[in-house]
Ligand binder design. Sequence first.
Ligand code: NAD
Length: 319
Amino acid sequence: MGEQDNAEPAPTAAAPATVGVVGAGTMGIGVAQCFMEAGHPVVVVDPDPDALGSGPERLRAGMKLARMLGRRPRRAGDTAAAPVTWSAELADLSDALFVVECAVEKEPVKELILRELDAVCGPETVFASCTSCIPVTRLGSFTGRPDRVIGTHFMNPAPLKDTVEVIRAPGTSEDTVRRTEEFLAGIGKHGVVVRDAPGFVTNRVLMLTLNEAAAVLDEGTADAATVDQIFQECFGHPMGPLRTADLIGLDTVVDSLDVLREHTGDDRFRPTPLLARLVAQGRTGRKTGGGFYPYPEPGTQIPAPTHAQRVPQGETSHG
Ligand code: NAD
């Protein structure tokens, strides 16, 4: 078990449950912030020492951004923000009652994680996956408790987005849906429940749009800023598709398209060559300092000025 990010909160009569977060990337840090600020002790697990090492600073940056945008921390009762513990071992999640899996969008990685979690955590623990596209039924099949597996597709940045797409697989129990909704309500989120399918509602539609926007750019129909400008000014979107792809992470977009193609057999989800080239070059978007656009401060979740120089407060991206 690694470093603790802040002091122990004062004990309370009904202490909020410990929450596990697997993956200390873009989503894991944001989800950890949501639970920590609501008073849940959080254990974040990631095998990558760099992700663990930079985690506390990225979490603090997320808290600072939320304050700048006028978001108040949501506390459970009058508890102070709870401690965050950083670890490389899933075994450290043995006390967690709710685990949000936020590892890379690769099915074999999630399979290994879920199998180990199943062995480590108590039988009551709910496994909620932040997967963008992998059917929850498939994820549940990696455990001996498919009734306790559910999708919680948080939007990005998680602390700034109040709606979570909740995916209920046929095997997910009513009790798991209820408990998940309670956990979400406790951190000020509202779950919208949908049925299980590759990409659910959000990413079945969005990933195709992002892929086509990259194709339009690659074919020279318009430059990146113009593609985004069209979506903002003609459709009223707060952010265009190419900046959205940069915010999500182009590697995550490509992984999501691969998952969608694999699970639907639909070749429309094949990543456009430009997307594949950028990822091969390590240009994965905002988190690495460059994607369709350059970002002077890699890793920040602060929205860059858009072509039209207008990003309404709090409307930073989709997820
Ligand atoms: P990311 O690349 O920023 O972070 C992924 C993290 O997973 C990395 O820190 C990596 O070290 C870690 N990881 C890899 N193998 C692991 C393992 N075996 N155990 C634990 N951690 C491991 O990715 P992200 O954008 O945070 O995406 C995480 C999940 O959330 C994916 O399933 C993605 O599809 C989904 N998602 C992403 C967004 C978005 O906008 N980025 C939005 C909603 C959902």
